[in-house]
Design a protein around this ligand. Structure first.
Ligand SMILES: Cc1cc2nc3c(=O)[nH]c(=O)nc-3n(C[C@H](O)[C@H](O)[C@H](O)COP(=O)(O)OP(=O)(O)OC[C@H]3O[C@@H](n4cnc5c(N)ncnc54)[C@H](O)[C@@H]3O)c2cc1C
Length: 339
């Protein structure tokens, strides 16, 4: 395993932000992860785990060790009449994994087609899109405890999955290196076309296949979301806030264009994009950063943008939304700091 010094992270994050890591390594196995963490050069240093950096904002140089797990194997761990369990290395590209399943007729992750990132990050924020979430198929998460170097395994209920949430963003934040994720996939899948855009695209398909769903979703995403290869972005920058139903209903009385989405009993999800748009930020550019013209939830980092500049812009949006609507919008993107 090669350990690099002063590694430039610009190509390792989809915002394309410049930052350097004092140390960087991409261990290819559990053994290599343990070897790396046991190296006394790094014992006292902060450690950051990344996948493809598609949900990460580098605010400054990272004064520590950046670890990018490159565990790439996929194996069937169990099979029954109805389903199979697939143990997938953390370094596998998420969308390649989805394609792998769709090609074999294994159902459950097809609605998550086209999401950038690595499999190891999928349980961290319980990735979700088009009526499906990673938690619907994840059964086990294997990780290494960064402090004790012990190998641990959590079942899905132990991961405390929620909307863009899990134990890896709470109690275990910054304490784990996820090495494998095990998914349970259906051998006789029933496709999920409940999401309006997907239903509309597939209205003429009689019995849509997994492949039809994947293609429809990739097409919708391409039409809606900016490509990070063209302009730096991290997809949705903020989470949709969840507020009390009574509060949301009052807000709706004075804002008839507001759409509400169901959440847990007594609570409602409000689209953060609507709040940001109402505050006049949609399509706005300030120096090297901005908000996408079609999608107010997507913040853009143009060439030359710094992480600090983007963070300050995001904080300005957050403050404006709070002042106008008394609603806090939280960042979905992970902001890194080593100090
Ligand atoms: C254009 C675009 C569209 C997007 N669309 C969606 C979408 O539809 N739905 C959605 O949910 N997300 C979406 N995202 C966000 C992003 O793709 C996901 O959050 C993805 O899971 C991030 O994967 P990554 O490997 O890039 O993670 P990174 O950004 O590298 O890391 C994200 C977090 O996970 C941690 N982490 C990463 N790997 C590990 C590991 N092996 N062990 C422990 N911790 C780890 C990191 O420390 C960090 O806190 C989008 C992003 C972009 C750029």
């Amino acid at each position: 395993m090669i350990v690099e010094r002063d590694k430039d992270l610009k190509r390792l994050n989809t915002l394309g932000l410049s930052a350097k890591a004092v140390w960087y390594a991409a261990p290819g196995s559990v053994k290599e992860v343990i070897e790396l963490l046991s190296d006394t050069r790094f014992t006292a240093l902060p450690k950051l785990v990344i996948g493809s950096g598609s949900n990460t904002l580098f605010c400054e140089d990272y004064n520590g060790l950046v670890v990018r797990p490159a565990i790439m194997d996929i194996s069937i761990s169990e099979i029954s009449d109805k389903s199979l369990k697939l143990k997938v290395g953390a370094g596998v590209d998420w969308d390649k994994f989805v394609a792998y399943c769709v090609d074999r007729g294994w159902g459950g992750v097809e609605n998550l087609s086209g999401i950038p990132g690595c499999v190891g990050a999928s349980p961290v924020q319980n990735i979700g899109a088009y009526g499906s979430e990673a938690k619907d198929t994840i059964v086990l998460v294997d990780y290494i405890d960064i402090c004790t170097l012990q190998q641990r395994r959590l079942t899905a209920p132990e991961c405390h999955f929620g909307y863009r949430e899990s134990i890896f963003k709470q109690e275990l934040k910054g304490k784990t290196i996820i090495t494998y994720v095990t998914f349970e996939l259906a051998l006789n899948p029933v496709v999920n076309t409940t999401y309006a855009d997907v239903k509309e695209r597939l209205k003429s398909a009689e019995n849509p296949t997994l492949y039809d769903i994947r293609k429809a979703i990739i097409d919708i995403r391409k039409a809606k979301l900016p490509d990070p290869a063209e302009v730096g972005n991290a997809g949705s920058f903020f989470k949709n806030p969840i507020v009390e139903e009574s509060f949301a209903e009052k807000l709706m009385e004075s804002n008839p264009t507001l759409r509400l989405y169901p959440s847990s009993p007594g609570f409602t999800k409000i689209p953060a994009a609507w709040l940001i748009e109402q505050c006049g930020f949609k399509g706005v550019r300030e120096l090297n950063v901005g908000v996408h013209k079609n999608h107010a939830l997507v913040l853009l980092a143009y060439e030359g943008a710094t992480g600090r500049e983007l963070l300050e812009f995001a904080q300005k949006i957050k403050r404006t939304v709070k002042a106008r609507f008394s609603i806090d919008i939280d960042m979905e993107v992970n902001v890194t700091a080593s100090s």
